[in-house]
Design a protein around this ligand. Structure first.
Ligand SMILES: Cc1cc2nc3c(=O)[nH]c(=O)nc-3n(C[C@H](O)[C@H](O)[C@H](O)COP(=O)(O)OP(=O)(O)OC[C@H]3O[C@@H](n4cnc5c(N)ncnc54)[C@H](O)[C@@H]3O)c2cc1C
Ligand code: FES
Length: 256
């Protein structure tokens, strides 16, 4: 069980790794001993009055003395985060949520869509090796991953195979894997789920995203519709869920 706390984290390094995609490395020893793959942090983009709520970002990987985040600049919060400079101190709450369920000696297949693959590095570093399938609109959206086995598909054919990540999923890969991790936009994850025959679906875990308030279970702002009929909290019950827990139709319709 990880200890959730608010930390003052020092920015050690910040860089743009792809157009509009920023990597920030923070110093925070406590996070190194506490965080698990698939968990996220709530970062305070600014000490000013806007934005009021923090922004959730998955821990991309741990470093010797801290952790790094990889994020897309999509609005004011992430824009402010992209302006953070070396030497600054930032308030960060974490590690939060339930990450990937890692079973000993499991063979992993990871399927990511665009920035959804942010966080896979921590999982790869933890489990040792994994087969990785990445889908993106173009080479400008393929995030760097250190993996011995990574196959890419881009919609415009600028790198890897031309087409969608679902075309890379083969019966052999599904058969070999004990655990299948999926992360990306809802439509991509639903397409992957629908591509996987039902006999393999109990191996699938999905990392969900939702708009968040608190990030630790008190505001009810992050509900995800589940197959049992109700809702679960992305921040506390997830963000990683068994794929069969998700009510894909209701989730997509909700446009969360
Ligand atoms: C558990 C979790 C982990 C995440 N990890 C990452 C990560 O590793 N890297 C990364 O780039 N992003 C990640 N995100 C998404 C990130 O939190 C949002 O992009 C960010 O909060 C946007 O803040 P903003 O102020 O820049 O944009 P806003 O002004 O808040 O929003 C800009 C646009 O992005 C959309 N948007 C914002 N948040 C979400 C969301 N959660 N889901 C779908 N659309 C959204 C809004 O609807 C709007 O259209 C994660 C989200 C969650 C819940
Ligand atoms: S973000 Fe507040 S309950 Fe999940």
């Amino acid at each position: 069980m990880s200890v959730i706390r608010d930390y003052d984290c020092l920015v050690k390094h910040s860089e743009q790794v792809l157009p509009g995609v920023i990597r920030i490395v923070f110093e925070c020893m406590e996070m190194v001993s506490n965080a698990l793959p698939g968990q996220f942090v709530q970062i305070e983009p600014s000490t000013g009055t806007f934005p009021v709520t923090r922004r959730p970002i998955t821990i991309n990987r741990l470093t010797d003395d801290g952790f790094e985040l990889l994020f897309d600049v999509v609005g004011r919060g992430t824009e402010l985060m992209g302006e953070m400079r070396t030497g600054e101190t930032v308030r960060i709450l974490g590690p939060l949520g339930r990450g990937w369920m890692v079973h000993p000696d499991s063979t992993w297949l990871l399927v990511g869509g665009g920035l959804g693959a942010a966080g896979f590095q921590f999982l790869i570093d933890t489990v040792g090796s994994a087969k990785v399938l990445i889908g993106a609109s173009s080479s400008r959206r393929v995030i760097p991953l250190e993996s011995l086995s990574c196959t890419v598909a881009t919609e415009d054919g600028s790198t890897g195979e031309t087409g969608l990540v679902t075309a890379l999923i083969s019966r052999d890969l599904l058969e070999e894997a004990d655990s299948i991790a999926v992360c990306g936009p809802v439509a991509m994850m639903e397409a992957v789920w629908n591509t996987i025959p039902s006999m393999y679906r109990d191996k699938v875990q999905v990392s969900t995203e939702s708009r968040m308030g608190c990030g630790w279970g008190v505001c009810d702002g992050c509900s995800i519709p589940v197959s049992s009929g109700g809702y679960k909290k992305c921040c506390k019950d997830g963000p990683v869920f068994p794929g069969s827990d998700i009510d894909w139709k209701r989730w997509k319709e909700a446009g969360l």
